[in-house]
Design a protein around this ligand. Structure first.
Ligand code: SAM
Length: 216
């Protein structure tokens, strides 16, 4: 499996999705198959989203690479993720920010949250990843503000609580839009009330469902 992982990471580097040594090393280290179940594990090193449970997916590796690169993660950062799934992206981020950093990740489906918790414990990432069951469109005020916030589900617009829970100088990445008309956007908080907006291009994610997202 490690050889398959190295091959995939090398392809993602050649294609320009992986740009930094930190993201490269983390994606070589974190075993994606440990965040999947049953026969789907055989497809862990295809660059594709793969079905998990409850109609949800584990994101494609190139999307994990794009998000991690654009976040500009550094050791010791405090990061909030919306949409844990089975915990793979959170583990890659945890690997990059190191044991002095922390990832808080929110999942709205209890079954997935429990799977993610188990996967993170088994792979040794539960020390610096906390999995929370809830509606991530409200963020997680208990640990705010965050250096970085990212979502792996798409909302109608950037949820206001997420903007408010970002540190000044912090960065937020989320898909917005529905079905095939989604864009990945990046927001940098310049001052308390000023944000710089960047459109990173078209993507396809599952819907972000919740108070500041889509209705159930
Ligand atoms: N981060 C995952 C990974 O590592 O592959 C990807 C998970 S999947 C693409 C998106 C997840 O967002 C789903 O598990 C879904 O249940 C979750 N989700 C959707 N709306 C949410 C919300 N309001 N709060 C928390 N999780 C949400």
């Amino acid at each position: 499996m490690r050889e398959d992982r190295e091959l995939l990471v090398s392809k993602l580097s050649d294609m320009g999705y992986i740009k930094s040594e930190t993201v490269k090393e983390a994606m070589i280290k974190v075993p994606r198959e440990e965040f999947m179940t049953g026969e789907t594990r055989n497809f862990a090193y295809l660059d594709r989203p793969i079905p998990l449970k409850n109609g949800q997916t584990i994101s494609a590796p190139h999307m994990v690479a794009i998000i991690c690169e654009k976040l500009g993660l550094k050791k010791g950062m405090k990061v909030l993720e919306i949409g844990t799934g089975f915990g793979y992206n959170a583990a890659v981020v945890a690997e990059i920010i190191g044991c002095e950093g922390h990832v808080y990740t929110i999942e709205r489906i209890e079954d997935l949250k429990n799977n993610a918790q188990e996967n993170l414990e088994r792979t040794g990432y539960s020390k610096n990843v906390t999995v929370i069951l809830g509606d991530g469109t409200n963020g997680y005020n208990e640990q705010a503000p965050y250096d970085r916030i990212y979502a792996t589900a798409s909302a109608p617009k950037i949820p206001e609580p997420l903007k408010e829970q970002l540190k000044i100088g912090g960065r937020l990445i989320t898909p917005i839009g529905y079905d095939a008309s989604q864009e990945l956007v990046c927001l940098t908080r310049i001052t308390k009330d000023n944000y710089r907006f960047q459109n990173l291009g078209g993507v396809v994610f599952v819907p972000m469902i919740g108070e500041h997202g889509w209705p159930e």
